[in-house]
Design a protein around this ligand. Structure first.
Ligand SMILES: [Zn+2]
Length: 332
């Protein structure tokens, strides 16, 4: 979820983004973002999921982030900059880029805690930007769209792990991304997203903006009835995905793990305290297998030991290899 200034938009010739002019200019507003965040955090608690919050640095200074500690934290620029300059015409040299990213990172860390992820404002990024983000110690990025068949998480050369947002076509051939934007504007329903998730090879990275829970881009602030419908629609998407067998997860190094499905009877064993549990890796599917490693890395299980590790194909990833050896490791 992007937690940024209300109905943000790039302003030509300026570094900082504005908010959509509703009669008093484009100065940034933050009240819808704060109100929508509270609504979504309550919903996530009710359905029992964790989310990844991409928080803009300035927004972090303006709104209450006291309830976000359960979630994974990312940053989203300092003033919602158009980092590639495509829309504003403002170009960042390496020094300016480093400066603005550092400010955004520090601001979010000060207000929300450890920063693990990044999403570029406007999904506008390139290799140079990712390299700068990686040098801040951020492990995950989600700043790019990818076709549904190409959404497996992958390592960027900078060492940051990329989680693309799916963008393809809906059942009628109309362009569709995994952003809930059109649903908040009344132009799509929950079933569109549940259908789309089934077309994606890799995790389904579903995205939205906190302000969009209470303010429509085209119609302005929503009345309580419309907010209620909006919440109900988001709940339907999440519950529909969970009912379809999806497991909700924050970004993790183990995502993208591949298993050689030609083999059979590959076993893993995980230990919780004194309890050993054997799991048939092929039988439980690749997503579940990746989850085993998450448990170890998150410290919930003490070890996952592959009984026949030679049968598995692992992506080159030091954290995973650590897990493969059955050792416990704290979250990276
Ligand atoms: Zn944004």
């Amino acid at each position: 979820m992007d937690v940024d200034r209300d109905v943000n938009l790039p302003v030509e010739g300026r570094i900082a983004a504005g908010s959509l002019d509703r009669g008093s200019g484009t100065a940034p507003r933050f009240s819808s973002s704060e109100k929508g965040l509270g609504i979504l955090l309550d919903l996530f608690d009710e359905v029992g999921i964790r989310a990844v919050l991409f928080v803009e640095g300035r927004t972090a200074q303006k709104i209450d982030l006291g309830s976000v500690s359960r979630h994974q934290i990312g940053f989203h620029g300092m003033d919602h900059e158009d980092l590639t300059g495509k829309s504003t015409g403002v170009e960042f040299d390496d020094f300016a880029l480093e400066d603005v990213l550092r400010q955004g990172y520090d601001s979010v860390r000060d207000k929300a805690g450890k920063v693990e992820c990044f999403r570029a404002p406007y999904m506008s990024a390139d290799d140079r930007i990712l390299s700068h983000v990686s040098s801040l110690g951020v492990g995950y990025d989600s700043s790019f769209y990818a076709a549904p068949g190409d959404c497996a998480p992958h390592m960027h050369p900078s060492g940051i792990k990329e989680f693309p947002v799916p963008e393809g076509r809906d059942e009628t051939g109309k362009k569709m991304a995994a952003y809930l934007w059109p649903m908040h504007e009344g132009r799509r329903g929950p079933s569109d997203y549940i259908w789309q998730a089934g077309t994606v090879d890799g995790p389904y990275v579903l995205a939205t903006h906190s302000w969009h829970m209470v303010e429509s881009r085209s119609d302005g602030p929503m009345d309580p009835a419309r907010i209620g419908e909006n919440v109900s629609d988001v709940r339907s998407v999440i519950e529909g995905l969970l009912d379809s067998g999806y497991r909700c997860s924050v970004f993790h190094r183990s995502h993208g793990l591949r298993c050689d499905s030609r083999r059979s009877h590959v076993l893993a064993r995980r230990r919780f305290g004194d309890v050993d549990e054997s799991v048939d890796v092929v039988g439980i599917g690749l997503g579940e297998f990746a989850y085993l490693f998450e448990e170890v890395i998150a410290g919930e299980a003490q070890a996952v030991e592959l009984v026949r590790p030679s049968d598995l194909v692992l992506l080159p990833d030091p954290v995973l290899n650590h897990a493969r050896l059955g050792e416990r490791r704290d979250r990276p």
